[in-house]
Design a protein. Sequence first.
Length: 712
Amino acid sequence: MHAGRTGPVPIRFAFICVHTRPILFVLFAAVLMATPGKLVAQASDLDPAPLIDALARQGMDELLGHLMATEPPDDPVLTRQVEVAQHRLEFLRLNQEADRAAAAGEHASARALRDSALQAFEKMLAATRELINDFYDHDQRPIWQTDLAQTLLLDYLQGIQHAAALFEEFGVTTPKQRAALAEAAPEALALLVDADTRLFHLRGEVGRDPKRSEQLEANGLFQRLFEDYDQRRTPYFLAQAAYLVARLPDDSPYFAGLGSSQDPRIQQQKQTPTQERARLLDLAYKELGTFTGDLSDLSGARSASLSLRARVLLAQGRSDQALEALDELVKAREGGLAGLTAGLAKAVVLQEMGRPQQALDTLSRLRQDPKWLGDLRYALLVTDMTHRVMLTQARQLPPTSRDAAVAASYQPYLDLLAGPITGDKAQGLRDYIYRRWELTLEDSDESSSLPPVVRLAVSQVMRQQGQDLAERVEQALADEESQQDDGVDVDDLRRQADHKLTQAIELAHTLIGPSVEPAIRSEAMFNLAMAMYWTAPKDAGNRLALTEILTDLAEQMPGQPIAEDAITVAVSLLREVHQVLPTPAEIESAYRRSAEVLFSKFPVSPAADNERLYYGYAVFHSAGMYRQAVDMYSHIPFDHDDYFRGQRQVLYCLGELSRSAEPSTAARVRRELASVLKRVGREAKQVRGSLVNPERDRTARRAVATGRLVTA
């Protein structure tokens, strides 16, 4: 799920597609071609803003650059409009590059590009706001305000914020989405109300001034202002903004500020949230009436308006009328977002009417519709709504059956994750869902009734968050030691880390019993151990306890995918403290047990190959157990960096065995020593002068030299 991608929005050009081609033709004829006398004079009076906007919205940066190079504007307003257009082009370009990087699997590059695209988007917003403020009395101000509101509603809320408005209405939102709605929707409303008011007064001013009217007609502004915007775009987006603001909670800044810090651009605000919400819904219903009756509309605005008007009816408490209107859209098999939102809204109405099974049937049809399965955002949106209906019903059941029903309400998510989604998209969707579960369940008292996979997911997210915070603590402490004080409150970070890690540990503990299926139990044990580690990374007792969990996991469930990672981590952590002399008996015992599980259960793993040299020396060689040490060293594969180091130790061990051997066996050991030395000599020649790994050549020569000394 890409953060910067705007996705298909059918109504994006609904109100400009009618006039774009003639405008482009006339303006290119005027600006980009050498046209004689009178035609140039007439065409040059046309407003070039539609051309600039069309070039920017359709990504035609070369043409815009050519236009500016051949006819640089001397009008400061036009210069600002070009600046806005250039920021939009940069935003579109970076998003496209991010899409290509993501498709190629270059995820770090894609994230960096999306961050840059977001910066370009913020610059575009800032430039547009400055244009409005600096030229507030300009005739085009309502156009700029409507365009900015459209950008906030479509490019920002629908695109960058992953259809935040739809997820607030039908799905599950993140704190980031809720914050974006609380900020962007009121700004869009204020812009559109002000634009609507200005258009009303402007029409009166133009009507009283024939010369001004003639001028607006001549440059094409009259049609844009009073047909494209006053009658179509401004009321359409005003209805959307009014509905979104009406859905904000009472404690949002918009409603909390009623009666004290009203935005002067929003007229007729009421004093209480209930009154203001009713006013906004009435406003949305009235403005949508312009579009719902237009039977000739082919742009998608009518269908979208019918769906939105039905949801306004639902918000006003007129459920019967809402259901009737929604049924009409659903039965017509309306496509696009209008059809999807109609189906989702119908499920909401049916649930409110006490008909949950019919609501679930409606959602089931949406979940099986291939139109929505292809877009992960909308597939997740339908899944969210299904979960909400099921969870609401589960919480109304008696305690004896409630837990099972709560657990069942998460099954739609598991079905979605098990569906035909592959590769990075599947992993991205899984991570996104897991993070949202963590956000919604952190303070829930229902965690014990959740399905094991949900508890595991939440525990993993909490552990990762706690680990990130703990790593920041370590970095802050290191900065303090190096006298690089960056003002970080280490104690507060530590408290946050401990809170997250404790929650992760508590949830993981509910999943490590023998009754839990091995796939989940093994992941939970690994997550538990890693959460424990980050609570006290330096504590020896803590390390012993968590490595025992990891070793048990690998020993009991070696077939699970996480088992090899578990034993690798256990051996690594124990070797770190095993190297400190004198080695405590409990550390010695734990290290030997973990290494033995590694060698027996995962003998051909990279971790086993990496451990053989140290284990052979620390456990066998240093204790005089030379034959066992030789056996351990001999299992190091030829292509491993430790191979010749291991062979060197083999030669040492065989030398010790030869010196201490009985006369009857000494000759056999000496022959074995000579054979190994001969083989190592041949192998050393194979890597002599290696350009790929010069160190391997040096260790090979040292091994041969050691063999000769031992033999001598």
